[in-house]
Design a protein around this ligand. Structure first.
Ligand code: ATR
Length: 279
C-alpha cells in the first residue's frame, strides 16, 4: 500500500509541492503519493479529516500552506519546539492517535542560505524585514545559528518591537543573540551582511522605504517570495547586493518535511535546477 501525503491550501492550483515531492520520491526510491488539496476557507480541519479517512493507502502526513498554517497549529495534538516558536505549522505527521505539527520554513531558509548560497548566518549582522507570520517562522532557526545581530524592522514599529521582545524572552533563545525591533526609520545609518525580506510587500508590488546603506559590502539580499522580480530585489541589486529569491527555501522546507516523514534526506540541487529550468 502506498503511503499518502498532500498539501492543503487556498488557493493551491499553482503549488509546486506535488512536483517537488514526486522528484524527491523518484530520487530516493520512496513509494509515496502526494496530492494538492484545495480546502474551503472555513473547511481546513474537515478537509484533513476527509483526506485521512479516504483513499487506498494510509495517510502519513501533510504540508500546509496559506492561509491554514495557524489553524494547522491548533489542529496538531503535539507540536515541536520550532512550531511552537513559529506559532504556525507547515508539516503534519499522522501517527496512530497523534497528529504532530512541525514547522520547516525556518530550517529551509537556513539550509538554503548555508548550503545553496554559501551564506552562513553565523557571525553575520542580519536584518529581517517584516513582523508577520513569515518573519516569525524564521526567527528561532536564525537565532540558533548565532548571528552577530538580528534586527527586525517593520512598517508598524510596535509589532517589530513586540516580536523581538517575545523571542528575547523565549527560553529556547536563552544564550542566543538578543533580537531587536525597529521601524523602517530606525534603519538610517545601519549596515547589514544579510537582509531578508519577509514582508508581503513583494506580492503587491510595493517597495520598502529602505536606506541603501542597509546593504553592506558583500551583502546577501534574500527575498522570500519567488517567481517574480520584486521591488526589494531591484532595490538590493541597485545597492550592489547579491540577490536570492525564495525558491531555494521552498525546496529546502519540502526536503526537511520529506526527511521527517521518510527518514531520508533528498538531494535538493537537482530539484531546484529542474524547477528553475521550467519556470
Ligand atoms: P505573512 O504571513 O506573509 O507574514 P502577514 O502576517 O499579513 O503575512 O504580515 C505581512 C507583513 O508584511 C507585515 O510585517 C506587514 O507590515 P505591517 O505589520 O506594518 O502591516 C508587511 N507589509 C505588507 N505590505 C507592506 C508594505 N507595502 N510595506 C511595508 N510592509 C508591508
Amino acid at each position: 500500500m502506498t503511503d499518502r501525503y498532500a498539501v492543503f491550501g487556498n488557493p493551491i492550483g499553482h503549488s509546486k509541492s506535488p512536483r517537488i515531492h514526486a522528484l524527491f520520491a523518484a530520487q530516493t526510491g520512496q513509494d509515496i503519493s502526494y496530492q494538492a488539496v484545495l480546502a474551503e476557507k472555513d473547511g481546513f480541519a474537515a478537509a484533513v479529516g476527509a483526506f485521512i479517512a479516504a483513499g487506498e493507502g494510509p495517510a502519513r502526513g501533510a504540508n500546509v500552506t496559506l492561509p491554514f498554517k495557524e489553524e494547522a497549529f491548533r489542529l496538531a495534538t503535539r507540536r515541536t519546539a520550532r512550531a511552537e516558536a513559529a506559532g504556525a505549522v507547515n508539516t503534519l505527521s499522522f501517527e496512530q492517535d497523534v497528529m504532530i505539527g512541525d514547522n520547516t520554513d525556518g530550517a529551509g531558509l537556513v539550509r538554503d542560505l548555508k548550503h545553496n548560497l554559501g551564506c552562513d548566518p553565523a557571525g553575520r549582522r542580519i536584518l529581517l524585514l517584516g513582523a508577520g507570520g513569515a518573519a516569525r517562522g524564521v526567527i528561532l532557526p536564525l537565532l540558533l545559528e548565532r548571528p552577530a545581530e538580528l534586527l527586525i524592522a517593520n512598517r508598524t514599529e510596535e509589532t517589530a518591537a513586540r516580536l523581538a521582545l517575545e523571542f528575547a524572552r523565549l527560553p529556547a533563545c536563552a544564550g542566543e543573540p538578543r533580537p531587536d525591533g525597529t521601524g523602517f526609520a530606525g534603519l538610517a545609518g545601519r549596515q547589514f551582511d544579510l537582509v531578508i525580506n519577509a514582508t508581503s510587500a513583494g506580492l503587491s508590488g510595493a517597495s520598502l522605504p529602505l536606506p541603501p546603506c542597509v546593504f553592506g559590502p558583500r551583502c546577501v539580499a534574500y527575498e522570500m517570495v519567488y517567481g517574480r522580480e520584486t521591488a526589494f530585489m531591484a532595490q538590493a541589486r541597485g545597492a550592489g547586493a547579491r540577490v536570492a529569491d525564495g525558491l531555494g527555501m521552498l525546496v529546502e522546507q519540502a526536503a526537511e518535511a520529506f526527511f521527517i516523514w521518510r527518514g531520508v534526506r533528498p538531494r535538493t540541487a537537482p530539484v531546484l535546477a529542474a524547477l528553475r529550468s521550467s519556470s
